[in-house]
Write a protein that binds this ligand. Structure first.
Ligand code: ZN
Length: 495
């Protein structure tokens, strides 16, 4: 945030001023030409800027209009809570549980239905909040202090919702670190905020556990198996926040491991959403409006949970309990105090994922990097991935693919590819790009997840979230059929 007073001092002198102050006799023909070149260039840039700005503005206005016209009651209701239900809420950070599920938690607690909340991180990497709390650039100790404070706020919030202290489980993994941890699961992550490489909180479930995705999943699996939930709620894989996107996959994997080992009967898994562009619209406190999904995710199979007056009031108070967050983004947090909450049942693993396209101004202006769908076909030697973009993918845009696999013993393996890449087998077909990715560990894999990202000069433009992909049946085919996998008229894959 910029302080208003200092802004003028930072504005550089206007470009034309230097020419104007020159004595007339120095204004030679060459100088006049240069002056006009600069003016024309500035006019062109200005014109381009206003065109881009205006079209982005019109696009956002159209999106808002379309979003606001959506009706929440068109979605089916979340299946009613039952007396034998046990709800487990996975929150990447303290406050996500209140924003996404506060009404659900309050309603269940009032009916005597057991609810437990597992916090993957304590929100210790949110440096803006830390800076506000500390009134300077926060050092690692202050970030850890913020983590403790946010855990405390979360406990108070849960009390407001009708839960008690033992209903909150803190795992203490790094805020802003879940996606890097998931992307490189065998490398210990170091938090830029706290400097920690292990869980630093003595009251976490596993103090000193290393910052590794397999350790987090083992921790989460233990929390899930101990509670034996009938329904689990975690953040949506297409949530804009990296930690939230990673939490979807980490939760899925923890449940899969617990079910596979016989520790758990498969619970129903639901996604809730917190960060998605400027959603929820309209922003701010509108307690009498229902929560409508964002336009880009309107086609999800959302289910509505309607809040009674008491549950809504408790949710509002629980959000207020997160004081460190409320101090800096009250308007955003208040946007979740609505008549309803939305949950999307996690779909089963499938080979063809449709992704939201053309639903934010950045991607609207860069259709070559707008991921529209991802299809996979897996064999024991690797996977053929077909990526659809709104316009054919081309330079300077790049595609980055990460494939994770987990074997029966819980060992993780990861590989990354970048396209364009001469060593990668590829074939283009209109807006489709087919890629053949060799990945031997798939032969022993129990589960695999693929993430596609488009970037421009290193900056991310679009992301698919972790897509669980189907594996070839055990003892089945020995590889992807040659005609379907290795694209014709393409260089042979580097082995
Ligand atoms: Zn969060």
């Amino acid at each position: 945030m910029a302080e208003g007073g200092g802004l003028e001092n930072r504005i550089p002198p206007r470009v034309g001023r230097g020419f104007e102050s020159l004595p007339l006799r120095h204004a030679s023909g060459e100088l006049r030409v240069r002056r006009w070149t600069v003016r024309i260039a500035l006019a062109l840039l200005g014109g381009l800027g206003s065109y881009v700005g205006l079209s982005a503005l019109l696009f956002v206005a159209a999106m808002h209009r379309a979003s606001l016209s959506q009706e929440a009651h068109l979605h089916p209701a979340l299946p009613a809570l039952r007396p034998d239900d046990r709800l487990l809420i996975i929150a990447p950070h303290p406050d996500d549980e209140a924003l996404g599920c506060g009404g659900l938690i309050a309603t269940a607690a009032a009916q005597g239905i057991p609810v437990r909340v597992v916090y993957l991180t304590s929100g210790d990497g949110f440096t803006v909040a830390a800076a506000l709390t500390a009134r300077s650039t926060p050092d690692p100790a202050e970030c850890l202090q913020l983590g403790e404070q946010r855990a405390q706020e979360a406990r108070r919030g849960l009390e407001t919702l009708g839960l008690s202290a033992p209903d909150a489980v803190f795992l203490g993994y790094p805020d802003r670190g879940l996606l890097p941890m998931a992307t490189r699961p065998n490398r210990v992550y170091r938090s830029a905020a706290t400097g920690a490489q292990r869980v630093p909180y003595p009251d976490a479930q596993s103090p000193n556990a290393p910052y590794l995705a397999p350790a987090l999943v083992a921790d989460l699996r233990r929390a899930i198996a101990e509670f034996q939930p009938t329904r689990v709620f975690t953040t949506h894989p297409l949530d804009d926040h990296e930690d939230h996107a990673a939490a979807a996959m980490l939760t899925r994997e923890a449940i899969a491991q617990a079910v596979q080992s016989g520790e758990l009967r498969a619970p129903a898994l639901y996604y809730y959403l917190v960060h998605y562009g400027d959603w929820p619209l309209p922003q701010g406190m509108h307690p009498d409006r229902p929560l409508a999904p964002p336009l880009g995710l309107a086609h999800e199979r959302w289910q509505v949970f309607w809040l009674g007056d008491a549950a809504r009031a408790r949710k509002r108070a629980a959000i207020h309990a997160h004081e460190s967050q409320y101090a800096i983004m009250a308007r955003f947090l208040s946007s979740f105090v609505r008549r309803s909450e939305l949950f999307a049942p996690a779909p089963p693993i499938h080979p063809n994922y449709t992704l939201p396209a053309d639903d934010n101004p950045t991607i609207h202006l860069q259709p070559h990097a707008d991921l529209a769908s991802v299809q996979t076909q897996t064999g024991r030697e690797g996977v053929r991935v077909s990526i659809e973009t709104r316009q054919p993918l081309r330079a300077p845009y790049q595609l980055e693919l990460t494939l994770l696999s987990v074997d029966a013993a819980g060992n993780w393996s990861d590989t990354r590819w970048r396209y364009p890449n001469r060593r990668l087998s590829a074939r283009k077909e209109g807006n489709l790009l087919h890629l053949w990715l060799p990945h031997r560990p798939l032969a022993d894999a129990e589960r695999a997840y693929l993430m596609a990202r488009t970037t421009v000069y290193g900056a991310e433009l679009d992301r698919s979230g972790w897509l669980p992909i189907p594996l070839p049946a055990a003892g089945g085919e020995s590889g992807v059929p040659a005609d379907a996998s290795a694209p014709q008229s393409a260089p042979s894959p580097a082995r």
